[in-house]
Design a protein around this ligand. Structure first.
Ligand SMILES: [Zn+2]
Length: 239
């Protein structure tokens, strides 16, 4: 039994090549090439959900992590052909996306900052965008970021970060993509960047809980989006 298991190499559900990654959501093994195309598909679908308009100003919000870099790269790839403007703001300890923006001719602003929580980061983004003319914000948060944010900040009563969703049009195109999948697609970048999410203690908790309930991050993110959608409707009615 042990020998047979050692010889077993999972194959990609889509193309039949050797697989490297088990997608928890679908329960299927995938190779890096197929993960890349699935991530791009999910990303584009996520942007479309926010209903970008012709001539829209898409502002990629970057945090100096793998998620931000991958999101910006993909945003440029999928949106360049459309009639929209893309710009990037990066609030991070060091500039990570500057070179990419220069290469692609994209407007880029950097602000040196370090944030301990997702709420802090979102409040800094709010302060930075005060007075901006109705941009469509593209957030870098991947599945685990949003799950940690929901469980360890929003559910515990800190709702300040949700103001961002109330005041702006916001898109989360990586909300259904795991940081682990992104690390597989950008291994060199993943190796040289600081740990993927902001709070190490929350990450450990999430990983521990996900071992027994793999669908947990997905449910947490779904509940968070339900809450923001309801809050948004309510603020429209009362305003
Ligand atoms: Zn494949």
């Amino acid at each position: 039994m042990r020998e047979r298991r050692a010889a077993y190499m999972p194959l990609c559900h889509k193309c039949g090549r050797y697989a490297e990654y088990l997608d928890v959501e679908s329960g299927r093994w995938l190779c890096a090439k197929c993960i890349a195309s699935i991530v791009e598909y999910k990303f584009l679908r996520g942007i479309r959900l926010a209903k970008p308009r012709r001539g829209d100003n898409l502002v990629m919000v970057c945090r100096g992590d793998l998620q931000s870099y991958y999101a910006l790269k993909t945003l440029i790839k999928v949106e360049k052909a459309y009639e929209v403007t893309i710009e990037a703001i990066e609030l991070a300890p060091q500039p990570l996306c500057e070179e990419l923006c220069e290469e692609e001719g994209i407007k880029y602003c950097f602000e040196e900052a370090k944030h301990d929580t997702y709420t802090d980061f979102r409040l800094a983004v709010l302060a930075r965008l005060r007075g901006a003319r109705d941009p469509l914000l593209v957030m870098p948060d991947a599945l685990e970021d949003l799950a940690v944010y929901a469980m360890s900040e929003v559910w515990l009563g800190d709702l300040r970060g949700l103001l961002l969703d109330m005041l702006f049009r916001v898109s989360y195109p990586l909300s259904g993509v795991s940081v682990k999948a992104l690390a597989l697609l950008e291994p060199r970048l993943a190796a040289r960047l600081p740990p993927a999410y902001l709070l190490a203690s929350s990450r450990e908790l999430l990983e521990e809980l996900s071992r027994s309930t793999p669908s947990l991050p997905y449910s947490a993110v779904e509940a968070l989006f339900e809450l923001t959608a309801k809050l948004r409707k309510k603020s429209i009615k009362t305003s």
